[in-house]
Design a protein around this ligand. Structure first.
Ligand code: TXA
Ligand code: MG
Length: 470
């Protein structure tokens, strides 16, 4: 099976072509109850091939058909990273995700919903309506009967403030549960998220089912933020990748548990902890994750044996190259001698083959991290399904101590810029791009581990790094 990349025209540009909220609150904002997808009749009334090629819903219908009728998962973009989706209510379909990714089966999946009506049906174990066409249903079965909302009250302020968006909430698993047991592994809760991407919500609505979807990378690799990243990892293992361009946020959702006291953050992500703290009931939210992996063994490893978010214990986000993270940034890539020794150690393993050193900068380091090099020039990154990851790669020749090209190594430089949102947006793509260009070692300039998305960036980098310098 050759994996196809299917472009969704208009994705990210004109969301109204993909769907709309059926009802609004008195103040005119969306109430998130019912996400409606235009029916196919509007496009078939003018069935010229050109029109059809421009219909952004056509690829979504094809993907939804696969999701409804097969056990092969479909990759699709969300605002965080690309997800690998399957009908969360069918065991065979969910097992397809684990086998395509090579994912350990004790790591539960996030359930993605198109609207609150779908989430409430799930919590009340009510069947899905057979079609999500407009006019049918209109949310009568939403299950919100006065104060009888099946969504726990602690989450209401978060839903109002952050949904649709990069936040996953843990909910009690209903009993009996419509979810396939493979979704939750052994947990008595399930993670739910309503993505900000209209494309994702319309796909879920057309599939007429909540979609279980982990990030669409092969297990342990950096998460994919373009359709091409997905194909690089899963080619031949899935049939279809919907291409909606590069993901806006670039790191995964924040995972929170509000069912315990105090509420906790299980994974830092697109929503920062201080933003959560501003919501009623969340003032005392605490961190319940670690940035380092258990792999180093020792006490830290033992303590991580039963992490609250099972996925956080695994090696993650790793390119093939060895990642060396410089925590506090500094004003260049360590001191010259230290770096040269490191480069030599890493590149020697390659023998006579050309060696390559990658540098990822986040605002303070000068070009090439201050390493001496010659002939630095921009290289073109393009190809089907690439999207705009927001950086350029420069390539040159690393110079030896005496200023000559003795090091026989290429230098690959990526500047992600000084804005932490831009760093998050390009981070996984940069790690993948340097890998693709044969980097043996990648030096990364850390960002200040402060507020917001910076915590997610440093969490991913610490997990990707095999060497952390302070
Ligand atoms: O942004 C995202 O969240 C992306 C996109 C595709 O939506 N998805 C994603 O899924 O990152 P995944 O499977 O790569 O990560 C899910 C994380 C894991 O750390 C997992 O252990 C945790 O959420 N998780 C899911 N369900 C859980 C549960 N019931 N209890 C504790 N942790 C859970
Ligand atoms: Mg993942």
């Amino acid at each position: 099976m050759k994996t196809r990349i299917l472009k969704v025209p208009l994705a990210g540009k004109d969301e109204s072509a993909l769907g709309r909220w059926a009802t609004t609150r008195p103040d005119g904002t969306a109430d998130l109850n019912t996400w409606e997808v235009p029916s196919s009749s509007s496009s078939s009334s003018s069935p010229s091939p050109a029109d059809n090629n421009d219909d952004p819903l056509e690829p979504l219908r094809e993907a939804a058909h696969l999701l409804r009728t097969t056990a092969t998962p479909v990759a699709f973009p969300t605002e965080t990273v690309y997800g690998l989706g399957a009908d969360a209510t069918r065991s065979a379909a969910v097992r397809g995700i684990y086998s395509a990714k090579g994912r350990p089966s004790d790591n539960p999946l996030i359930v993605h919903v198109s609207d609150l009506a779908m989430l409430r049906r799930l919590l009340l174990n009510l069947p899905s309506p057979s079609s999500s066409s407009p006019g049918e249903g209109e949310g009568e079965e939403q299950g919100e009967r006065g104060g009888d909302d099946p969504i726990p009250a602690i989450y209401h302020p978060l839903i109002t403030r952050f949904w649709p968006g990069p936040l996953t909430i843990l909910l009690p698993l209903p009993s009996p549960s419509p979810l396939a047991p493979e979704v939750t592994a052994t947990q008595r809760t399930f993670g739910a998220r309503m993505p900000a991407s209209a494309l994702a919500r319309s796909l879920i609505a057309l599939a007429c089912a909540p979609l279980a979807a982990p990030s669409a990378n092969a297990s342990t690799r950096p998460s994919p933020t373009t359709a091409q990243h997905v194909r690089d990892d899963l080619d031949g293992k899935i049939e279809l990748v919907l291409d909606g361009g590069a993901c806006a946020v670039g790191v995964e959702s924040t995972v929170v548990d509000g069912l315990c006291d105090p509420p906790v953050v299980l994974r830092p992500g697109g929503v920062g902890i201080e933003e959560l703290r501003r919501c009623p009931g969340w003032e005392g939210v605490v961190k319940a994750y670690r940035d380092r992996v258990a792999a180093e063994g020792g006490r830290e490893g033992e303590e991580e044996a039963a992490p609250r978010a099972p996925g956080m214990k695994y090696k993650h986000y790793s390119p093939r190259a060895r990642v060396v993270l410089f925590e506090s940034g500094g004003d260049k890539v360590g001191d010259g001698d230290e770096v040269r020794t490191l480069v030599q150690a890493e590149t020697q393993k390659k023998g006579e083959k050309t060696r390559a050193v990658g540098v990822i900068r986040t605002g303070r380091w000068p070009v090439a991290g201050g390493l001496e090099c010659s002939g630095l020039g921009e290289v073109v990154v393009d190809g089907e399904g690439e999207g705009d990851t927001g950086f350029v790669v420069k390539e040159g020749q690393l110079l030896g101590e005496d200023g000559t090209e003795t090091a026989a190594a290429r230098l690959l430089d990526v500047d992600l810029g000084g804005d932490v949102k831009g760093v998050a947006h390009g981070l996984f793509a940069a790690l993948r791009e340097l890998d693709r260009r044969g980097a043996d070692v990648i030096f990364v300039e850390g960002v200040n581990d402060g507020d917001g998305i910076a915590a997610a960036v440093m969490n991913r980098l610490r997990k990707a790094a095999s060497d952390i310098r302070t």
